[in-house]
Design a protein. Structure first.
Length: 207
């Protein structure tokens, strides 16, 4: 069976690893932060343009508030623009299936040497960090980051993406509402536990 119910039951664990995302039957939303030049090209072309370095690792994040924490609500240098990227669930699930954890887990890898070999060869790295609330405080669960490189970046850009939306204005408005005490949680993207198969759970270090 899928793992949504099990994930919900475990969210009180401080070390809980859980994928929280905004998704529907067709797509999953991930977030990235970029400088103005890259974001402007996306707005102009409807896809990433020449300023995007396809030969570099790129990180995608399903948690909106973790992206806000990482980018300082679009205030950090080269992270002033926030993109919401809807990708196919098929593509997202494939990315998850190719994960190698960014840190050694003896429950998943026979040895540290085996993990290092797999990590060096992998095109998808998975990192789990404490998720955050609107003020940047740690939440009792961990949020997933996925680092893509090599052919997986090409697949992500040209095969997985359905739509890219520049949500920077929304982020700024929300940041200002928080600062002024006028914030309402109802404006945040609706995110719920994302269902993954048991085999992928193990790959992600959830089991």
């Amino acid at each position: 069976m899928t793992t949504v119910r099990k994930q919900l039951e475990r969210t009180t664990d401080a070390e809980e690893r859980i994928i929280i995302a905004h998704y529907n039957d067709q797509t999953v939303r991930v977030y990235q932060a970029y400088n103005h030049k890259i974001a402007d090209e996306v707005s102009e072309f409807g896809q990433f343009g020449p300023s995007f370095k396809i030969d570099r690792m790129t990180w995608i994040k399903p948690s909106f508030l973790w992206m806000m924490y990482r980018s300082g609500w679009a205030t950090k240098t080269d992270q002033e623009r926030i993109l919401a990227i809807d990708i196919t669930r098929e593509g997202f699930n494939h990315i998850l299936s190719q994960v190698v954890l960014s840190s050694y887990d003896p429950d998943l890898y026979a040895s540290q040497e085996e993990w290092q070999t797999k990590l060096q060869a992998s095109q998808v790295r998975c990192q789990w960090d404490p998720d955050r609330d609107i003020h940047g405080n740690k939440l009792p669960r961990r949020a997933i980051q996925l680092g893509l490189r090599g052919d997986m970046v090409h697949k992500f850009i040209y095969e997985c993406i359905v739509e890219i939306t520049d949500i920077t204005e929304f982020v700024i408005d929300t940041r200002e509402a928080i600062q002024s005490g006028k914030f309402s949680t109802g404006v945040l993207p609706k995110e719920t536990p994302y269902p993954v198969e048991n085999s992928i759970e193990r790959t992600l270090g959830i089991i």
